[in-house]
Design a protein around this ligand. Structure first.
Ligand SMILES: NC(=O)c1ccc[n+]([C@@H]2O[C@H](COP(=O)([O-])OP(=O)(O)OC[C@H]3O[C@@H](n4cnc5c(N)ncnc54)[C@H](O)[C@@H]3O)[C@@H](O)[C@H]2O)c1
Length: 464
């Protein structure tokens, strides 16, 4: 809009009135009338869930990891920071990963095997971590439930909608503690955001936007193939499990996320974190009613089954969600809650809350088209009817961060091991994990079928 002398004089009038009122506010309350410095809070980690006190040897939780690839080793390494637990076995189909797991857990003599059933047969194993590719979650999980083990199962919980419900029944029938591995839900940043959301400071939130963008071959799962990978060092048939039989393929073994026989592409890998975070913060317990997806394979045309850009709109009962994952840009990880009173944005490990000034303000734009007399009358009447209208305090933005070295993964594992010991609830049980995974399946269904995916709650299925 081009400013004119008229505009300026009207603006001056409004400002003049505001100034008198602001002066009063400053003296009366000490609140600054213009931009206040953003407040920064360093969030304090809670004491580790697993053990507020030293744990007696008889209370030590003994666990094993099934799958000790990239994630299994990360989990084992983080587990060394959780008190009161002991890794007593590791299992993987690729021999070099036995040594990697022993190194991660800092115990070169921890027994290692290719056969997870040997671990499930052991009576001294209380719990297992399942960190195998997604298509194998279900069968390892069901066997672990039948063997009476508590389970930390990596995300996304399921490879198909059917797998998820079968896993829920297996866990509930065997009365097992189950934690699904979207560690963000144990983050102190997410807990702070949930507190803001629950307190009503955001007002009504109808719109949520989240993305996770990475721009590198590693971000696109083009992982290097180790030089010793062969049919001798890898049990290829056990890797395939229930997936279609194929000749040995190191590309498929190490880059399984690219292929729909084993993974779910960006939805299963990254949407699941965003959906879990959104469900945790908002307390949503319903699967979105509908999903619409768009995207394409633009850059990583290496024979993969999935797009390298996917965008999905979800209809939740109380709000609408937009998600995006783009492997052609590196904007990182972001979730925004847009409310009628404020906006909360999580970027990686930091949170910003920006409140809005929602007090009534006189119309400043459309009255430019009024003659001066009417404008003056309007402004005077408005001031009488809304004595506080002239105060336009720029509310302080609040920023929150985490201390150096903070790990939500350690908190998430600790939350699980605490539940194993206490039989109390975990933060992300099988029902939660299943709902988040269905969100991923909805996105892929909509994308691949070029349709609106609808969730049929009664029929427990996705339909067009
Ligand atoms: N929460 C997170 O942030 C996060 C991060 C990475 C991976 N993950 C999840 O962790 C899981 C594993 O991913 P990854 O990156 O470690 O994959 P990976 O390929 O690096 O490791 C998987 C390992 O599982 C082993 N394996 C497969 N079937 C097995 C079986 N039947 N018995 C024993 N071992 C078996 C393979 O030999 C392989 O070494 C996936 O579900 C993935 O989605 C989660």
């Amino acid at each position: 809009m081009r400013r004119t002398a008229k505009h300026n004089s009207l603006q001056a009038k409004i400002i003049q009135r505001c100034a008198i009122r602001r002066q009063f506010i400053r003296v009366g309350t000490g609140v600054a009338g213009t931009a206040a410095a953003a407040k920064f809070t360093l969030l304090q980690p809670k004491p580790l869930w697993a053990s507020p006190r030293p744990v007696a040897p008889s209370d030590t939780v003994r666990f094993a990891s099934i799958g000790t690839g990239v994630r299994g080793c990360e989990l084992l390494s983080a587990s060394t920071r959780v008190p009161g637990i002991e890794c007593v076995a590791v299992c993987d189909l690729y021999d070099s990963r036995h040594a990697a797991a022993q190194e991660a857990v800092k115990n070169p003599s921890v027994p290692a095997t290719r056969n997870y059933r040997e671990i499930l047969d052991r009576k001294d194993v209380d719990a297992v971590i399942i960190a195998v590719p997604d298509h194998s979650h279900r069968h390892v999980f069901e066997d672990a439930c039948a063997a009476g083990k508590d389970i930390y199962c990596e995300k996304p919980m399921s490879h198909t909608v059917e797998d998820g419900f079968a896993m829920i029944s297996a866990a509930q029938k065997a009365n097992r503690i189950v934690q699904i591995g979207s560690q963000r839900v144990s983050s102190i940043v997410y807990a702070q955001c949930k507190e803001l959301y629950d307190s009503g400071q955001l007002g009504d939130v109808y719109s949520i936007e989240a993305y996770w963008d990475r721009n590198s071959p590693s971000g696109a799962w083009v992982y290097p193939i180790p030089p010793d990978a062969s049919e001798q060092t890898i049990d290829w048939n056990a890797f395939l499990g229930s997936a279609p039989k194929r000749p040995f393929s190191p590309e498929r073994f190490f880059r399984w996320r690219c292929f729909s026989d084993y993974g779910e592409g960006l939805a299963g890998d990254l949407f699941v974190h965003l959906i879990s975070g959104i469900n945790f913060i908002t307390g949503a317990t319903a699967v979105p009613k509908r999903a619409q997806s768009a995207g394409g394979l633009f850059h990583f045309k290496d024979g993969r089954d999935f797009p390298d850009l996917i965008e999905t709109f979800y209809d939740y009962p109380k709000f609408r969600v937009y998600l995006r994952c783009n492997l052609n840009n590196d904007q990182g990880e972001f979730i925004a809650f847009y409310g009628t009173k404020g906006t909360a944005i999580i970027r990686g490990q930091s949170l910003t809350f920006t409140p809005q000034d929602t007090r009534p303000q006189p119309e400043g734009y459309s009255i430019y088209g009024w003659p001066a007399k009417l404008r003056d009358e309007y402004l005077e009447n408005f001031a009488k009817e809304h004595p506080l209208y002239e105060v336009k305090v720029a509310e302080a933005t609040q920023n929150f961060g985490v201390p150096e070295g903070y790990s939500d993964l350690v908190d998430h594992e600790a939350n699980f091991f605490h539940a194993v010991r206490s039989r109390k609830k975990v933060v992300e049980n099988e029902e939660f994990g299943n709902r988040a995974a269905i969100g991923c399946h909805l996105a892929n269904y909509a994308y691949f079928n070029n349709t609106i995916a609808t969730w049929d709650e009664a029929g427990r299925r996705i339909k067009a």
